[in-house]
Design a protein around this ligand. Structure first.
Ligand code: HEC
Ligand code: HEC
Ligand code: HEC
Ligand code: HEC
Length: 148
């Protein structure tokens, strides 16, 4: 009887691991994020950016830590973030609406007030790292027209 129980609980363990992996890959941590924030922008004038969350974070991808993009209410990096944690969208804090100009993110780092704009915060994060570590900087390499 104890042997059968052992086998059953082994199966349960394997299942739990699979469930956890499924959660990580799909539901909780997104593979790809379609960046189309309709609260920040009344309309999108540029093609929608498809951000590969998976490629950026995976060890066999670019291996970037969560804290490079996600931080707390003081701007301190959330380095210990795990699948299943509650993660706030950028707009919850960088809640300024509307688009600015490329000057907002192609020039020197903007101050805290300018960073309040979602447009600026997102571009500074993405383009700022790409300028240092490689990755697309040209508009149409991120804002890719469908079918191209
Ligand atoms: C590294 C990728 C990346 C690059 C390069 C980039 N953008 Fe963006 N852009 C984004 C993301 C992500 C958003 C946020 C979209 C959202 O969440 O709705 C955005 C939003 C925008 C928006 C507001 C939404 C819209 O479609 O009207 C405009 C305008 C814009 N970008 C213009 C530009 C211009 C102009 C350039 C080149 C000077 C550029 N971007 C370069 C990633 C990028
Ligand atoms: C290169 C930047 C980057 C890295 C690295 C990164 N993320 Fe994200 N993540 C984002 C962006 C951008 C979004 C979309 C946020 C939004 O829509 O406002 C997002 C969204 C999420 C969401 C969904 C939040 C929601 O609104 O539903 C979760 C969960 C998440 N990330 C977890 C993680 C974890 C865990 C790690 C580390 C293993 C990680 N992220 C690493 C940029 C990143
Ligand atoms: C819980 C609130 C909160 C959330 C959610 C949040 N931020 Fe921030 N962010 C801040 C604060 C506070 C600062 C610090 C401002 C300063 O440096 O004066 C900051 C600073 C920044 C900076 C400038 C610092 C740097 O790294 O160069 C960027 C860029 C940025 N955030 C982008 C993002 C992006 C992209 C997301 C979503 C993935 C995000 N933020 C989510 C609160 C938040
Ligand atoms: C901390 C650094 C870092 C941040 C932040 C970052 N990236 Fe990247 N990104 C990279 C690296 C590294 C590459 C790979 C460059 C290469 O292969 O030469 C890359 C590649 C890309 C590519 C081209 C290949 C692919 O994966 O599709 C796109 C598009 C892209 N990033 C979009 C974004 C967007 C949108 C954001 C912001 C939401 C962002 N990145 C934030 C480091 C970063």
């Amino acid at each position: 009887m104890s042997k059968r129980l052992g086998i059953l609980s082994a199966i349960a363990c394997v299942l739990a691991v699979f469930l956890a992996a499924g959660l990580y890959a799909g539901t909780t941590v997104p593979d790809t994020v379609k960046m189309k924030n309709e609260n920040a922008f009344d309309q999108h004038r540029m093609p929608i950016v498809e951000f590969s969350h998976q490629k950026h974070t995976a060890d066999d991808g670019y291996g970037i830590g969560c804290g490079e993009c996600h931080h707390d209410e003081n701007g301190e990096p959330l380095t210990d973030l795990k699948a299943g944690d509650d993660v706030q969208g950028c707009f919850e804090c960088h809640s300024g609406k509307g688009a600015g100009t490329p000057k907002d993110f192609m020039g020197p780092k903007p101050d805290a007030e300018a960073l309040n704009a979602y447009y600026t915060a997102v571009h500074v994060n993405c383009v700022g790292c790409h300028k240092k570590q490689g990755g697309p900087v040209a508009c149409n390499q991120c804002h890719i027209k469908e079918g191209e």
